[in-house]
Design a protein around this ligand. Structure first.
Ligand code: FAD
Length: 411
């Protein structure tokens, strides 16, 4: 019986281990943390957006350039397979806005429980608090792993140690060194999907969430991107889904020393004309109230001081006394709240890690290394990363499934 060691019990390692065991191998999964699957638990803010119910073309369009590498893995194990896998194993799913698929009860914990219960049924063994420190390679063939001073022999090793983001989950980038020592090229590791740092950021805005905000990105003064979505102010700048989506583009620009700013449209559903009409109506029906009180009907309380400071309007002026010019100043501000972006947070705070094992050095049909026989690599450890929306986990599940199947069945 073929002996397979899986290193790492995240989404890709769990699928790989179970699939290898179902394909007839004797499987041992080594996880360095006390429990596997920590990142699954925090995914999707604890709700775990397991995939995106859309076609391969859409999935690939959300990945970096290396995403094409996933064609074969997706051809073997894709969204319908994954959804069927979960429902057959007792986890009901629901599909939300943007085709995002979640467990129906919104609990990431149940995604992990389902995976662990299934894994147990497959016969794969799991050992936790076991940090693999190196790969045992002889004559360009992996023959086991080192775990502290212990040597564990294997006919094949599946390296599923994840990326370098949120290291407290256990994904601290160990696999990059192991792969580098095995001869692999590591495309520089950097953050993808990360909050942005705002120049002269106001601490008073931290914690403020803005729903359905329009975000325009300007590079060297020219408008380059427009997105809509939910945004959050952090202690050092801005984050939230719409900013994470834009972060990759922004990072590329900042790394080229370009000047980047974002302009928020706080009223994207109203064009200039409609917004002006709304302001006129508010100011005339509430003409005896102070501006700061009328603004509370238009804006979250936390951002009102910024509005008053940047527009230069007095908080105590009566709504009925506001001139057409002052109304235009307010309208323009609501449509165009600008922030200069001075940087981005580190990979430790990123939702995904960009960079990793160069995909040209891996066989896309099997996930086997083209440099070391018997070594398979999966998930975020590879140089693949995608937008938010369930794409990253689907890639982890698909590559894990394929690696497990290939490692167990290759001759
Ligand atoms: C906050 C957050 C929210 C996210 N939300 C979503 C979402 O909703 N949808 C989505 O698609 N993606 C989401 N992602 C991304 C997604 O979670 C990851 O892309 C995916 O989990 C990667 O899976 P993986 O198996 O490659 O690695 P990981 O899940 O990172 O697993 C790697 C495992 O290897 C173990 N390990 C590491 N080194 C060693 C070692 N030396 N020895 C033994 N074990 C080791 C780690 O402890 C860990 O358990 C989110 C990420 C974050 C950080």
């Amino acid at each position: 019986m073929k002996k397979i060691v899986v290193v790492g019990g995240g989404a890709s390692g769990l699928l790989a281990a179970g699939q290898a065991a179902l394909s007839g191998a004797d499987v041992l999964l080594l996880e360095k943390m006390k429990k596997p699957g920590n990142k699954i638990l925090i995914s999707g803010k604890g709700r775990c957006n397991i995939t995106n119910d859309s076609d391969v073309h859409n999935h690939l369009s959300h990945f970096n350039r290396s995403g094409r590498f996933l064609h074969q893995a997706f051809a073997r194990f894709f969204v319908p397979h994954l959804m069927e896998f979960f429902t057959e194993n007792g986890l009901q799913l629901k599909t939300e806005r943007g085709n995002r698929v979640f467990p129906a009860n919104g609990k990431a914990q149940d995604v992990l429980h389902t995976l662990l219960r299934w894994l147990q049924q497959t016969g794969a063994k799991v050992e936790c608090s076991k940090a693999v420190t190196g790969l045992h390679i002889e004559d360009d063939r992996v023959i086991g792993v080192f775990c502290g001073n212990q040597q564990i022999a294997a006919d094949a090793v599946i390296l599923a140690t994840g990326g370098a983001s949120y290291p407290a989950t256990g994904s601290s980038g160990d696999g990059y060194n192991m792969a580098r020592n095995a001869g692999h090229t590591i495309v520089p590791v950097r953050p993808a999907l990360v909050p942005l740092v705002v120049k002269n950021h106001l601490q008073s805005l931290a914690g403020l969430d803005l729903r359905n905000t329009g975000v325009r990105v300007f590079v060297n003064g020219k408008r380059k991107k427009v997105e809509f979505g939910d945004l959050s102010f952090t202690r050092s700048g801005i984050g939230g889904p719409v900013i994470l989506t834009l972060s990759k583009f922004v990072i590329e620009q900042l790394d080229k020393n370009r000047q980047v700013s974002v302009a928020l449209d706080l009223k994207p559903a109203l064009d200039d004309h409609k917004l002006d009409a709304r302001l006129q109506r508010d100011f005339s029906t509430r003409h005896t109230e102070e501006l700061q009180s009328v603004l509370r009907g238009l804006l979250p309380k936390q951002i009102i001081p910024l509005c008053l400071e940047q527009t230069g309007l007095s908080s105590t002026m009566l709504a009925g006394t506001i001139s057409a010019k002052e109304r235009t100043i307010l309208k323009d501000w609501l449509k165009n709240v600008s922030f200069e972006i001075s940087g981005y947070r580190s990979v430790r705070e990123a939702i995904a890690t960009a960079g990793g094992i160069k995909v040209k050095e891996v066989n896309p049909n099997t996930m086997e290394s083209l440099l070391v026989q018997g070594l398979y690599v999966t998930g975020e450890l590879l140089d693949i990363d995608a937008d938010t929306g369930g794409y990253n986990l689907q890639a982890a599940f698909s590559t894990g499934w394929l690696a497990g199947r290939s490692a167990a069945t290759s001759s």
